[in-house]
Design a protein around this ligand. Sequence first.
Ligand code: IMP
Ligand code: MG
Length: 181
Amino acid sequence: MSQTFAAHDLLFKMMISEAEIQERVKEMGAELTARYMDKNPLFVGVLNGAFIFTADLMRACNLACEVDFVRISSYAGLQSTGQIDLIMELKTSIKARHLIIVEDIIDTGRTLHHFIAQLKKQEPASIAIATLLLKPEALEYPLDIDFIGFDIPNKFVIGYGLDYDEQGRHLNAIYQLVEAE
Ligand code: IMP
Ligand code: MG
Protein backbone atom coordinates (compact mmCIF):
# COMPACT_ATOMS: atom_id res chain seq x y z
CA MET A 1 0.00 0.00 0.00
CA SER A 2 1.17 3.46 -0.82
CA GLN A 3 2.28 5.67 2.10
CA THR A 4 0.61 8.77 0.68
CA PHE A 5 -2.52 9.54 -1.34
CA ALA A 6 -3.57 12.74 -3.10
CA ALA A 7 -7.32 13.52 -3.10
CA HIS A 8 -8.48 16.63 -4.95
CA ASP A 9 -6.14 19.40 -3.76
CA LEU A 10 -4.92 17.71 -0.55
CA LEU A 11 -2.23 15.24 0.43
CA PHE A 12 -2.82 12.43 2.93
CA LYS A 13 -0.36 10.07 4.66
CA MET A 14 -0.96 6.62 6.12
CA MET A 15 -2.10 6.56 9.75
CA ILE A 16 -3.49 3.01 10.29
CA SER A 17 -2.36 0.17 8.01
CA GLU A 18 -4.60 -2.39 6.34
CA ALA A 19 -3.17 -5.15 8.56
CA GLU A 20 -3.88 -3.17 11.75
CA ILE A 21 -7.45 -2.53 10.65
CA GLN A 22 -8.07 -6.16 9.74
CA GLU A 23 -6.67 -7.41 13.05
CA ARG A 24 -8.83 -4.99 15.05
CA VAL A 25 -11.96 -5.83 13.02
CA LYS A 26 -11.41 -9.52 13.81
CA GLU A 27 -11.17 -8.72 17.55
CA MET A 28 -14.34 -6.66 17.41
CA GLY A 29 -16.12 -9.46 15.57
CA ALA A 30 -15.15 -11.88 18.33
CA GLU A 31 -16.50 -9.49 20.99
CA LEU A 32 -19.77 -9.08 19.10
CA THR A 33 -20.08 -12.83 18.61
CA ALA A 34 -19.79 -13.39 22.36
CA ARG A 35 -22.21 -10.58 23.22
CA TYR A 36 -24.91 -11.30 20.60
CA MET A 37 -24.95 -15.07 20.28
CA ASP A 38 -28.62 -16.18 19.95
CA LYS A 39 -29.86 -12.56 19.75
CA ASN A 40 -30.03 -12.29 15.96
CA PRO A 41 -28.77 -8.68 16.02
CA LEU A 42 -29.51 -6.23 13.24
CA PHE A 43 -26.44 -4.37 12.00
CA VAL A 44 -27.44 -0.86 10.97
CA GLY A 45 -24.74 0.54 8.71
CA VAL A 46 -24.59 4.29 8.26
CA LEU A 47 -23.99 5.05 4.60
CA ASN A 48 -21.91 5.99 2.82
CA GLY A 49 -18.89 5.94 5.10
CA ALA A 50 -19.57 2.68 6.97
CA PHE A 51 -20.21 0.45 3.95
CA ILE A 52 -16.81 -1.25 4.04
CA PHE A 53 -16.56 -1.52 7.83
CA THR A 54 -20.10 -2.93 8.04
CA ALA A 55 -19.29 -5.62 5.49
CA ASP A 56 -16.02 -6.59 7.19
CA LEU A 57 -17.39 -6.45 10.75
CA MET A 58 -20.38 -8.65 9.90
CA ARG A 59 -18.14 -11.21 8.27
CA ALA A 60 -15.88 -11.19 11.35
CA CYS A 61 -18.89 -12.37 13.40
CA ASN A 62 -19.85 -15.99 13.76
CA LEU A 63 -23.56 -15.86 14.57
CA ALA A 64 -27.02 -15.42 13.08
CA CYS A 65 -27.43 -11.74 12.18
CA GLU A 66 -29.02 -9.36 9.67
CA VAL A 67 -28.07 -6.07 8.07
CA ASP A 68 -29.81 -2.91 6.92
CA PHE A 69 -28.57 0.57 6.07
CA VAL A 70 -29.52 4.17 6.67
CA ARG A 71 -28.18 7.19 4.95
CA ILE A 72 -27.57 10.24 7.10
CA SER A 73 -25.90 13.30 5.75
CA SER A 74 -24.22 15.85 7.99
CA TYR A 75 -20.88 16.63 6.40
CA ALA A 76 -19.64 18.64 3.44
CA GLY A 77 -15.92 18.78 2.69
CA LEU A 78 -13.83 18.96 5.86
CA GLN A 79 -16.46 20.53 8.12
CA SER A 80 -19.60 19.24 9.81
CA THR A 81 -22.56 21.26 8.51
CA GLY A 82 -24.48 20.98 11.78
CA GLN A 83 -27.51 19.57 9.99
CA ILE A 84 -28.80 16.00 10.07
CA ASP A 85 -30.78 14.65 7.13
CA LEU A 86 -32.17 11.12 7.14
CA ILE A 87 -32.07 10.51 3.40
CA MET A 88 -32.69 6.75 3.40
CA GLU A 89 -34.63 4.99 6.12
CA LEU A 90 -34.53 1.44 7.49
CA LYS A 91 -36.59 -1.15 5.65
CA THR A 92 -36.56 -3.50 8.64
CA SER A 93 -38.88 -3.18 11.64
CA ILE A 94 -36.67 -2.60 14.67
CA LYS A 95 -39.23 -3.09 17.42
CA ALA A 96 -37.78 -5.55 20.00
CA ARG A 97 -34.63 -6.04 17.88
CA HIS A 98 -31.04 -5.82 19.13
CA LEU A 99 -29.41 -3.07 17.07
CA ILE A 100 -25.71 -2.58 16.37
CA ILE A 101 -25.23 0.84 14.79
CA VAL A 102 -22.12 0.71 12.62
CA GLU A 103 -20.23 3.95 11.93
CA ASP A 104 -16.96 4.65 10.19
CA ILE A 105 -16.07 7.51 12.52
CA ILE A 106 -17.53 9.50 15.39
CA ASP A 107 -16.40 13.09 15.42
CA THR A 108 -18.67 15.48 17.37
CA GLY A 109 -21.20 12.67 17.93
CA ARG A 110 -23.97 14.88 16.57
CA THR A 111 -25.09 12.49 13.84
CA LEU A 112 -25.51 9.45 16.11
CA HIS A 113 -26.90 11.42 19.04
CA HIS A 114 -29.83 12.55 16.90
CA PHE A 115 -30.22 9.26 15.06
CA ILE A 116 -30.33 7.20 18.26
CA ALA A 117 -33.00 9.46 19.74
CA GLN A 118 -35.12 8.69 16.65
CA LEU A 119 -34.48 4.93 16.88
CA LYS A 120 -35.46 4.74 20.55
CA LYS A 121 -38.99 5.86 19.68
CA GLN A 122 -39.42 2.59 17.77
CA GLU A 123 -38.65 0.53 20.90
CA PRO A 124 -35.75 -1.72 19.93
CA ALA A 125 -34.66 -4.29 22.56
CA SER A 126 -31.19 -2.70 22.73
CA ILE A 127 -28.95 -0.27 20.87
CA ALA A 128 -25.16 -0.53 20.74
CA ILE A 129 -22.70 1.54 18.74
CA ALA A 130 -19.72 0.06 16.90
CA THR A 131 -17.41 2.61 15.32
CA LEU A 132 -14.12 1.98 13.59
CA LEU A 133 -12.72 5.38 14.59
CA LEU A 134 -13.37 7.85 17.41
CA LYS A 135 -11.93 11.33 17.79
CA PRO A 136 -12.25 11.67 21.61
CA GLU A 137 -11.12 15.32 21.59
CA ALA A 138 -13.89 16.27 19.14
CA LEU A 139 -16.79 14.57 20.97
CA GLU A 140 -19.42 17.14 21.99
CA TYR A 141 -22.64 15.12 22.29
CA PRO A 142 -23.34 12.48 24.95
CA LEU A 143 -23.04 8.97 23.48
CA ASP A 144 -22.56 5.48 24.92
CA ILE A 145 -20.08 3.92 22.54
CA ASP A 146 -19.79 0.19 23.12
CA PHE A 147 -17.26 -0.93 20.50
CA ILE A 148 -14.41 1.32 19.32
CA GLY A 149 -11.81 0.24 16.78
CA PHE A 150 -9.26 3.02 17.26
CA ASP A 151 -9.10 6.33 19.12
CA ILE A 152 -7.44 8.85 16.82
CA PRO A 153 -6.26 12.45 17.18
CA ASN A 154 -8.47 15.24 15.95
CA LYS A 155 -7.25 15.03 12.32
CA PHE A 156 -9.23 14.71 9.12
CA VAL A 157 -8.88 11.17 7.76
CA ILE A 158 -9.90 9.22 4.66
CA GLY A 159 -9.83 5.60 3.50
CA TYR A 160 -11.67 2.36 4.33
CA GLY A 161 -15.00 3.99 3.45
CA LEU A 162 -14.17 7.53 4.61
CA ASP A 163 -13.95 10.25 2.01
CA TYR A 164 -12.83 13.76 1.26
CA ASP A 165 -15.55 15.01 -1.10
CA GLU A 166 -16.16 11.41 -2.27
CA GLN A 167 -12.49 10.61 -2.94
CA GLY A 168 -10.49 7.99 -1.02
CA ARG A 169 -13.22 5.58 0.06
CA HIS A 170 -11.58 2.65 -1.74
CA LEU A 171 -8.29 2.80 0.21
CA ASN A 172 -7.58 -0.24 2.42
CA ALA A 173 -5.78 1.83 5.05
CA ILE A 174 -6.68 5.02 6.96
CA TYR A 175 -4.85 8.15 5.80
CA GLN A 176 -4.59 11.47 7.65
CA LEU A 177 -4.45 14.93 6.16
CA VAL A 178 -0.94 16.36 5.84
CA GLU A 179 -1.26 19.90 7.11
CA ALA A 180 0.82 22.72 5.63
CA GLU A 181 3.54 23.99 8.00
P1 IMP B 1 -20.32 13.70 13.75
O1 IMP B 1 -21.79 13.85 13.58
O2 IMP B 1 -19.64 15.02 13.99
O3 IMP B 1 -19.90 12.68 14.78
O4 IMP B 1 -19.75 13.27 12.35
C1 IMP B 1 -19.86 11.97 11.92
C2 IMP B 1 -19.76 11.85 10.42
O5 IMP B 1 -18.93 12.88 9.86
C3 IMP B 1 -19.09 10.55 10.06
O6 IMP B 1 -20.04 9.55 9.86
C4 IMP B 1 -18.34 10.89 8.79
O7 IMP B 1 -19.18 10.65 7.69
C5 IMP B 1 -18.04 12.36 8.89
N1 IMP B 1 -16.66 12.58 9.35
C6 IMP B 1 -16.25 12.97 10.58
N2 IMP B 1 -14.92 13.08 10.65
C7 IMP B 1 -14.45 12.74 9.44
C8 IMP B 1 -13.13 12.61 8.88
O8 IMP B 1 -12.07 12.86 9.52
N3 IMP B 1 -13.06 12.21 7.59
C9 IMP B 1 -14.16 11.95 6.83
N4 IMP B 1 -15.41 12.03 7.31
C10 IMP B 1 -15.56 12.42 8.60
MG1 MG C 1 -20.44 8.59 8.18
